[in-house]
Design a protein around this ligand. Structure first.
Ligand code: NAD
Length: 376
């Protein structure tokens, strides 16, 4: 089996789909690994580091030639894969809904495209889940970016010149990113509170030493929701949530919003008038900016000042931690491929009836095979 590791070309992409550790592990399975020149540059991994782990280094054409598996972080343009063998696996974050043209292109080239972001949320697939590994880093970075934009300190400080009161941080949406945001803000000494629509998160919030802010008396989403994800809430719940949040928001210094509903625009959690009720100098980081934003007025990838509040429309924050983000992403890819590695045949075998395979397989044999796309 020959594995090709591409140098990322998507705008703003800093990560790489392999690290020396995973190159060695793939080699241990009997694979040959070819890394495109400069692939790890932005993640501080040199060509020599990859070569030292057993990879060969070459141009895009050289690494693609004869490759059975192509690993990427962001899906490449299909034209840039000219020379790849028909039937080769293309594995990475392919963003199928937003990159439909590219998906058609992969199908046209006979590639078997596997969208890692569609990994089912089952225990067996936890170590392969790129959404979790990258969201965790994004949650951390959101708190750090907010700290940098905030004109005050996070922890309480008692100094000879007087006392600084602790920052009040409110996390809205307590999935993977939100939990890490709570933990990070707590470590920095902030007073943290958090909310979610899934009742199962209440205990998780408490166990991290934060205060849960929950709508009482109106049913939200009991338990974990489908596949762990949230769904739409009732009109009555949304009204009660907005009321509760309004009173709470006005007293917060930093707000991190992470609320997402799969396949739908992000829920609007903070209105313009709620922003106006916050103290000038407060900071809001909207991690859902790319999905439409949790905050009214968010601009993706930009920092705007609204009513004296800095609103950061965070876009793919994991990219701002390229070394760690690459390491976790690369291990997710290794964990996936090694789980399907047939040692006797010396290659990856993807059974049609496997839940993981069915979840992530997008194209095969020249066609789009994912029902999520064909039914859309
Ligand atoms: P996500 O990114 O889809 O959403 C972030 C959070 O926003 C969720 O907690 C969601 O409930 C919340 N939310 C949605 N609408 C909201 C609203 N109107 N107000 C407030 N909050 C709202 O979620 P995620 O980070 O991907 O994780 C969701 C769950 O899935 C977690 O319980 C996580 O532990 C679980 N999970 C399981 C696996 C696995 O088993 N393989 C992998 C990853 C995540």
């Amino acid at each position: 089996m020959k594995l090709a590791i591409l140098k990322e070309t998507a705008h703003g992409e800093t990560r790489v789909a392999a690290i020396p550790e995973t190159v060695k592990k793939f080699a241990g399975l009997g694979a040959r690994i070819a890394v495109e020149q400069g692939a790890g540059g932005r993640a501080d991994i040199s060509d020599e580091d990859f070569a030292g782990a057993g990879a060969t280094i070459g141009s895009r054409t050289e690494v693609l030639s004869g490759a059975d598996i192509i690993l990427c972080v962001s899906g490449p343009e299909p034209e840039s894969l000219a020379g790849a063998s028909s039937g080769a696996l293309l594995v990475g974050a392919l963003d199928p809904f937003r990159r439909r043209e590219a998906i058609n292109g992969y199908a046209g080239s006979g590639l078997e495209a596997l969208a890692m972001e569609w990994m089912p949320r089952i225990t067996r697939a936890q170590s392969m889940d790129i959404l979790s590994s990258q969201s965790n880093l994004a949650g951390y970075k959101a708190v750090i970016d907010a700290a940098a934009a905030y004109g005050r300190a996070y922890p309480m400080m008692m100094t000879a010149a007087g006392t600084i009161s602790p920052a009040r941080v409110f996390v809205m949406g307590v999935g993977v990113a939100g939990l890490q945001a709570i933990a990070t803000a707590r470590r920095l000494g902030a007073q943290v509170s958090a909310t979610d629509v899934r009742s199962a998160t209440r205990e998780q919030i408490q166990s991290l030493g934060a205060k849960p802010i929950f709508v009482e008396g109106v049913k939200g989403i009991e338990g974990e929701g489908q596949g762990g994800y949230a769904g739409e809430t009732s009109e009555e719940y949304r009204r009660a949530q907005a009321e509760l949040v309004s009173t709470h928001l006005a007293k917060q210094d930093i707000v991190i919003t992470t609320a997402l509903i799969p396949g739908r625009p992000a829920p609007r959690l903070i209105s313009d008038s709620q922003l106006a009720s916050m103290r000038p100098g407060s900071v809001v980081v909207d991690l859902a900016a790319e999905a439409g934003g949790n905050v009214e007025g968010t601009v993706v990838g930009e920092r705007t000042k609204l009513h004296g509040v800095t609103v950061i429309g965070a876009a793919n924050l994991a990219r701002s931690l390229p070394a760690d983000a690459s390491a976790l992403f690369a291990r997710n890819l290794f964990n996936f491929l090694s789980a399907f590695w047939d040692k006797e045949a010396g290659r990856v075998v993807l059974p049609d009836d496997d839940e993981i395979v069915r979840g992530i397989r997008v194209t095969r044999g020249g066609s789009i095979v994912s029902e999520r796309i064909t039914a859309a």
